[in-house]
Design a protein around this ligand. Structure first.
Ligand SMILES: NC(=O)c1ccc[n+]([C@@H]2O[C@H](COP(=O)([O-])OP(=O)(O)OC[C@H]3O[C@@H](n4cnc5c(N)ncnc54)[C@H](O)[C@@H]3O)[C@@H](O)[C@H]2O)c1
Length: 373
């Protein structure tokens, strides 16, 4: 087992999620690389204190440049507000480290272009976080689509819904402000999740019409006052893509105001001969459409069929921490040149493609018409 020394910049929600996935690495049985959390940087000393529970994490600093100067660190994972992505990603590359970036890959399309250019120039190994395709059900949907056994593809829907913004009394955070989340708002926040599999399948939108909605214009600021919230909260992108030469409707849905939903990622691909439907709302359940003289929707209960094998029983059900760990396994094994045909993390080019979609969506909303990509 080869130890890979990791530094985390941004020890908030996602920084800690990643750290806990590393701490449970013994669950994986067919990997030859192991992440060793060595350093963390965060502006908040109280956040840094949480990392005391990880013995290998010996460097804790409020200055991320100290982490980048640490010669032990091989890979840096960055999970900070979106307005800081470009600066920090480029600093990571300039320090000669490999990068695992959080989505979005920069705050907007121009920023993504600059990061991709610098990634290429640096020669470093760079991938972008997107864990939902590592669910066994998502993997099955991807394989079915890739094999092309469902006949002519008729329609594709891919999306990500939650309802975190429904409660008007919830305090605003940086994700509700254009200045820190980016003009894309929910596109920046959830867009990679909705776009990753269609983009990996080569199903990029060619034309697009966007319906973007805002939520509450003001929220509590957490200090007794109110603050302005100006981001787009919901996005419905009605697009055309091309599958095997045919024009196919592809709908991309990203919602922070989806009543009843909590972190629900889903995909549905319908064809003339078959189809597949999967949602993390029912994480074990895969629906397969088949057609003969009669037509069937077959319901299968999936087990723990993750791309990287684990000690977990084959009939047990996977969850969010599991797919985060699978994504890291993919990152580290691809970095070692040992992915061996398994599903890899989102590439810089794929991340750039998502930004092209977001920019077209913003343009469509602005002009009120269909935009060609
Ligand atoms: N892949 C996913 O499923 C997923 C889920 C949630 C968030 N995210 C992404 O992760 C990133 C972080 O989101 P989060 O929810 O963890 O945010 P968060 O607010 O919980 O954490 C961000 C952390 O960054 C720290 N920070 C801010 N400026 C810093 C600086 N200059 N140096 C060091 N630390 C700094 C903050 O103190 C905070 O602890 C975003 O890009 C977000 O889109 C991804």
């Amino acid at each position: 087992m080869k130890d890979i020394h990791i530094g985390i910049i941004g020890g908030g929600l996602m920084g800690r999620e990643m750290a806990s996935a590393f701490a449970r690495w013994c669950a994986l049985t067919d990997v030859t690389a192991r992440p060793v959390l060595t350093a963390v940087a965060d502006l908040n000393p109280a956040t840094l204190a949480w990392f005391d529970c990880i013995p290998s994490c010996v460097q804790k600093t409020t200055d991320y440049k100290e982490l980048l100067a640490n010669p032990l660190i091989d890979v840096v994972y960055v999970a900070v507000p979106h307005n800081l992505h470009e600066k920090l990603y480029l600093d990571v590359l300039a320090a000669g480290k490999d990068l695992f970036a959080e989505k979005p890959f920069g705050i907007d399309l121009d920023s993504a272009r600059r990061i991709v250019a610098e990634t290429k120039a640096s020669g470093r190994f760079v991938r972008c976080s997107s864990e939902m395709p590592f669910f066994p059900g998502a993997q099955r949907a991807f394989e079915i689509a890739r094999k092309g056994t469902i006949g002519r593809v008729l329609e594709v829907v891919s999306g990500f819904h939650h309802s975190s913004d429904l409660d008007p009394t919830k305090a605003a955070n940086w994700k509700r402000l254009n200045a820190t989340c980016g003009e894309g708002g929910v596109l920046n926040d959830l867009g990679m999740h909705a776009c990753h599999l269609p983009v990996r399948l080569g199903w990029k939108p060619t034309r697009l019409f966007a319906q973007l909605q805002k939520g509450y214009a003001q929220r509590p600021d957490g200090k007794g006052g109110q603050t302005v919230c100006d981001t787009w909260d919901n996005a419905l992108l009605h697009t055309w893509t091309t599958v095997a030469g045919d024009a196919v409707p592809l709908r991309l849905e990203m919602k922070r105001l989806a009543p009843g939903a909590t972190n629900t990622w889903f995909i549905e691909i319908l064809g003339t001969q078959g189809g597949v439907r999967y949602s993390t709302a029912e994480p074990k359940t895969l629906w397969l459409f088949e057609r003969d003289k009669e037509q069937w929707w077959k319901r299968t209960e999936l087990g723990f069929g993750t791309p990287f094998k684990t000690v977990t029983g084959g009939i047990f059900e996977p969850g969010f921490p599991d797919v985060i760990q699978q994504m890291w396994a993919a990152y580290l094994m691809e970095r070692e040149g040992l992915l061996d045909g398994r599903f890899g993390c989102a590439t810089p080019e794929e991340a750039l493609a998502t930004h092209e979609i977001f920019a077209a969506a913003l343009e469509s909303q602005r002009v009120g018409t269909v935009v060609t990509l």
